[in-house]
Design a protein around this ligand. Structure first.
Ligand code: F0G
Length: 355
């Protein structure tokens, strides 16, 4: 059987590494492409979920981090820094540990899911909560990386995009060609930029016969690209994509325009409905932001904007265990959002059977 060696070894000839690059890996990538039966039935399309929560730290960020950290190690970096809504910091902290490099992370005050915070702490990163939002954090991280001997590992680091483009490679390698449509959430816009790079490289080399239409979805309260101007005070329950000044703005609009795709907004209600749909109908547990792609697809299907018979891949970007509180609240049968508690029973089979 083929043993997955991490994405740098699997795609070495398509990545900017050399024989002497020290590969920093936690064997990321190779994530499952899972058929979404209920979404397929609703849309009349073949819908598949690229489940990025199966990466080592539970999100797609690991794809970029293996590349960024390997190149940082090659440059002799002693420290890395990033701004993050949570997943980047968890990933940077883990890969810095694997590399033996110090890591500092800047996170927005009070808007980080507990799972992500605990990862950064557990991996020994220096965690600084900034009195501001993600965009403020990124501004400061960029300044620090310019003024001090510390490497920035946000997706403005081109190696991050290089690593993340392998998500598209894996989709094509499994399906045998590119899908018709690729849906995903958009926050700082690195991932849509990266997928588009991966798809266009495979098409240029004839590995795929075509590229998909890229469908990106922002949260309605944090939808600068949809609105066409930055948003200074982004708000959404999907904290991972609570971003008003996306760094890879032009990467996202290029992906949209060159692919004949779209970038639309989905409301928090639509995101939470899609989160519940993925958990309860598909069996795939994601964090709220990760449901934005499915929310957008559901909205398009219901609006009659989706032709039947297409092949559609949705990247679900992060694991549900990152931010589990939502699941307990959304499962309330009366819609009250009161966290569901287990039914208490005595250890007696007869009473348990009646419960
Ligand atoms: N989904 C999740 C779970 C994320 O954590 C992010 C970004 C996105 C989607 C959006 O991806 O920024 O490439 O458009 N999280 C970053 C972070 C900002 O700091 O973890 P994007």
């Amino acid at each position: 059987a083929h043993v997955w060696r991490g994405l740098i070894e699997e795609y070495r000839d398509r990545l900017p590494v050399s024989a002497t690059t020290p590969v920093v890996t936690l064997h990321e990538g190779g994530t499952p492409l899972v058929p979404a039966r209920a979404l397929s039935e609703l849309t009349g399309c073949e819908v598949l979920l690229k489940v990025e929560g199966c990466n080592p730290t539970g999100s797609f960020k690991d794809r970029g981090m293996t590349m960024a950290m390997s190149r940082a190690a090659e440059n002799g970096a002693k420290a890395v820094i990033c701004a993050s809504t949570g997943n980047t910091s968890a990933s940077a902290a883990a890969y810095a540990t694997a590399a033996g490099i110090r890591c500092a992370v800047l996170v927005p005050d009070g808007k980080i899911a507990m799972g992500k915070l605990s990862q950064a702490v557990a991996h020994g990163a220096t965690l600084l909560q900034v009195d501001g939002n993600f965009d403020d954090c990124l501004t400061q991280a960029r300044k620090l990386a310019e003024a001090y001997p510390v490497e920035l590992v946000n997706s403005v680091n081109p190696y991050r995009i290089e690593g993340q483009k392998t998500g598209a490679f894996e989709v094509v390698d499994v399906l045998g060609d590119a899908p018709d449509i690729h849906c995903l959430p958009v926050g700082n816009a690195g991932n849509i930029t990266a997928y588009w790079k991966g798809y266009t490289e495979y098409a240029a080399d004839g590995v795929a016969s075509r590229t998909p239409r890229m469908w990106g979805f922002q949260a309605a309260g944090a939808a600068p690209i949809v609105k066409g101007h930055p948003v200074d005070e982004p708000e959404t329950i999907a904290t991972a994509i609570r971003i008003g000044h996306p760094a890879s703005w032009t990467g996202a609009t290029t992906a949209r325009d060159d692919s004949g795709g779209r970038i639309d907004a989905v409301t928090d209600e639509q995101i939470l409905e899609a989160h519940r749909w993925l958990s309860a109908k598909e069996g795939v547990f994601v964090e709220p932001a990760s449901a934005a792609g499915a929310a957008g697809l559901l909205a398009a299907a219901r609006a009659g904007e989706l032709d039947r018979g297409q092949k559609i891949v949705i990247t679900v970007t992060g694991h549900g265990l990152k931010d589990p509180q939502w699941a307990l609240e959304l499962a309330a049968p009366d819609g009250s959002r009161r966290p569901v508690a287990p039914v208490r029973v005595q250890p007696d089979a007869v009473t348990i059977a009646r419960a």
